[in-house]
Design a protein around this ligand. Structure first.
Ligand SMILES: [Zn+2]
Length: 234
């Protein structure tokens, strides 16, 4: 556990995030949280934040102009520097999940990791473990760092898939320009997906779901992870 000089534990895993801080933009309601966050992360001024968002928009427009995909771009920022860029390339690739945020997160992770992780056994970089913060409800004593300490700037509100990716990446803050309804207005159905997610599995409107199908057999995979004594938590 890292502790500030005044005894305050540093914030860490997603389970113990404080309220949103007010760096440069938001009202100063949570001074203690802001003070801690500033100690951990580089302070980014408002003009820089605008430039990051503008870069995301530039990527979005480039994708449109080249016919690569929808009007969406994203950048991941750490310590005031862009470490990952992404743009929608669904039309270029025919891959429906080729979204800007996913690509930016993958780009950032590749940059932070010392080498290609696949098959290397490396557990450095984004997989490096950090202890859970004091008082966390998280039952795991430590978690992989992933993109903790990073921010993502997106030209428009993230779809549910990309928002989930941002959770998995443990990104600290999300800034986005346009709203879901702006995207709906030009034919993208992100807003509908958010509504569908609220329904129970069997009541989803767009896709039929079959929960508990061969559950007993599938549970063997869960058991395999639980029984693995040398597993690397993430
Ligand atoms: Zn998306």
């Amino acid at each position: 556990m890292m502790i500030l000089p005044d005894g305050t534990p540093l914030p860490g895993a997603r389970h113990n995030k404080g309220p949103p801080d007010d760096l440069a933009i938001f009202p100063s309601r949570h001074f203690a949280t802001r003070r801690i966050q500033q100690a951990v992360m580089a302070v980014i001024d408002l003009e820089s934040r605008k430039k990051f968002l503008h870069e995301a928009v530039r990527l979005a427009r480039e994708s449109v102009e080249n016919g690569w995909g929808g009007p969406f771009g994203a950048v991941v920022v750490r310590d005031g520097e862009i470490i990952g860029r992404g743009q929608n390339r669904v039309l270029l690739t025919g891959i429906p999940i080729y979204h800007a945020e996913i690509t930016a997160i993958m780009d950032a992770c590749q940059r932070l990791n010392p080498k290609a992780l696949m098959g290397s056994g490396s557990q450095e970089g984004t997989l490096g473990l950090i202890p859970r913060p004091l008082g966390s409800a998280d039952r795991a004593p430590e978690r992989a760092r992933m993109l903790q300490g990073c921010e993502i700037y997106i030209s428009g509100a993230p779809c549910p898939m990309c928002m989930s990716a941002i959770y998995w990446a443990r990104i600290d803050r999300v800034f986005f320009g346009t709203r879901l309804e702006d995207a709906s207005g030009i034919g993208f159905d992100d807003a509908f997906q958010y509504e569908d997610f609220r329904l129970p599995w069997t009541e989803r409107q767009a896709i039929r779901c079959f929960p508990d199908f061969e559950r007993d057999h599938a549970l063997t995979a869960i058991a395999a992870w639980a029984a693995k004594t040398d597993r690397h938590p993430y």
